[in-house]
Design a protein around this ligand. Structure first.
Ligand code: HEM
Length: 138
């Protein structure tokens, strides 16, 4: 992954002190902007879900320098998402929501460069997760 790792790490540190607000904002926007995904979370404890989202964001950012370690983890995560009812169409919705929430929390510190770096990172992560779902097609 030819990602701007340094920029991603720095900007994650920027929002980390407000990480609880970030994940809360994220699900608020997700359900408001894309109400069609709400039923997928019907059985989920949203407090736990918020913690999981944060943990996975952290995991990804901390391991950006070791993409070879990240790949199998993300493939398996993608595969599990089939059981959650997630389809390929949902990934751009979650990506747009993540960017919107990050921009909101980062405030004045947010800029186009950060937007592009995160959009690229999310795109790469989704691609690997979706590649993981392809292994279930047989
Ligand atoms: C980069 C993309 C994503 C990441 C890193 C991610 C991460 C996670 C993690 C870590 C979990 C906890 C369970 C597990 O580890 O298997 C989870 C659960 C879940 N995710 Fe995602 N996810 C992503 C994209 C999506 C998308 C696009 C959707 C579709 C709306 C989605 C819907 C769900 C649902 C419904 C659950 C299960 C909730 C429950 O019933 O407990 N995720 N996700």
């Amino acid at each position: 992954m030819g990602l701007n790792v340094e920029l991603l790490e720095q900007s994650f540190e920027l929002v980390a002190p407000q990480s609880n607000k970030l994940v809360e904002t994220f699900y608020q926007h997700l359900f408001e902007d894309y109400p069609e995904v709400k039923p997928l979370f019907a059985d989920a404890d949203m407090k736990i879900q918020q913690t999981k989202l944060l943990a996975s964001l952290k995991l990804v950012v901390e391991n950006l320098r070791r993409p070879e370690d990240l790949q199998p983890v993300l493939e398996r995560l993608g595969l599990r998402h089939l059981d959650y009812g997630t389809t390929a169409d949902h990934y751009p919705a979650v990506g747009a929501t993540l960017l919107k929430s990050l921009a909101e929390i980062a405030g004045d510190a947010w800029n186009e460069e950060l937007h592009d770096a995160w959009a690229e990172a999310y795109g790469a992560i989704s691609e690997i997760m979706l590649a993981g779902t392809a292994t279930a097609a047989v």
